[in-house]
Design a protein around this ligand. Structure first.
Ligand code: ZN
Length: 286
């Protein structure tokens, strides 16, 4: 069986292709793709499992499918892969954003999804729901104990470049990270970064959860004084040190709203409208 070019063995029959987006390979089943189709052009890939609907994880899906690969994704993310416009409009409340505002991670080559990950029954790997980065995000655990975690976990080194990891729901991210830590695996391969042992992954998970808590605590402190949604986004962006650019800003909008929505749901924050602006403040202690 021909493997993708550049594949490195991790355990048993499980290999990975190091790239800007790491991909996995286990006996003809691929997990995500890197940016270049060429790496997979000569490989025997009967099935491609996409961890989630961001273009950097399915860049070569459409080409692979043309050569006969079956493409699988979760129900909630399949629509993002089949029609990346859903992601683009979703981030702008379904209106049409300008091109400059849209991250390249949302501008994918559309690809038909042949089946749902929820129905995956395959001796080579199983998929585990790890919502939070996207709604239908899944991690994939191969029969050899290698866990491909997509964008569920940001290793410590990645936080320098991405101090506010995209999340539609940070609390779901934290829950998914705890679920990942409880899984039985030997090696974890993140979508971006280096393969690591379970022990190292546990440290990265603890760090990721700590950072989420840190941002929540910052929001609680900051919103002692009322903030408009826009002011809250700016405060968090400033705190973590984001640079000012349109596409990065719009990613931060979703993530900060993710925090605000979670904390509103838990009763930590109040939301109201005054002077036609949405405003947030910390719920007074009772
Ligand atoms: Zn992603």
């Amino acid at each position: 069986m021909k493997r993708p070019a550049g594949a490195e063995r991790l355990a048993g029959d499980t290999w990975y292709v190091p790239a800007l987006t790491n991909s996995g390979f286990v006996e003809g089943l691929c997990i995500d793709t890197g940016p270049e189709y060429e790496a997979y052009a000569d490989a025997d890939v009967d099935t491609l499992v996409v961890t989630h609907g961001h273009a950097d994880h399915f860049a070569a899906a459409s080409e692979l499918r043309k050569s006969g690969t079956r493409v699988l994704a979760a129900r909630d993310d399949a629509r993002l892969i089949e029609n990346p416009e859903v992601n683009i409009r979703g981030m702008f409340s379904w209106a049409r954003p300008g091109d400059l505002m849209v991250t390249k991670l949302f501008k994918g080559e559309p690809c038909v999804v042949d089946g749902l990950l929820e129905n995956l029954e395959d001796p080579r790997a199983r998929a585990i729901l790890t919502s939070g980065h996207t709604l239908g995000h899944h991690a994939v655990l191969t029969k050899d104990g290698v866990l491909f975690s997509g964008d569920a976990l940001y290793q410590k080194a990645l936080w320098d470049r991405h101090p506010l990891p995209y999340a539609i729901d940070p609390q779901l991210v934290a829950n998914s990270l705890r679920a990942i830590d409880a899984l039985d695996f030997e090696v974890l391969v993140p979508g971006h970064g280096e393969p690591c042992s379970h022990e190292e992954a546990s440290a990265h998970i603890a760090h990721h959860i700590e950072r989420i808590t840190e941002i929540e605590n910052f929001i609680l402190d900051e919103l002692v004084r009322e903030h408009t949604t826009e002011e809250a986004i700016a405060a968090v962006s400033r705190k973590v040190g984001l640079s000012d650019n349109p596409a990065g800003y719009w990613l931060a909008v979703t993530t900060v709203k993710g925090y605000l929505g979670d904390m509103l749901g838990r009763g930590d924050l109040e939301f109201f409208v005054r002077d036609h602006s949405g405003r947030w403040r910390r719920t007074p202690a009772t």
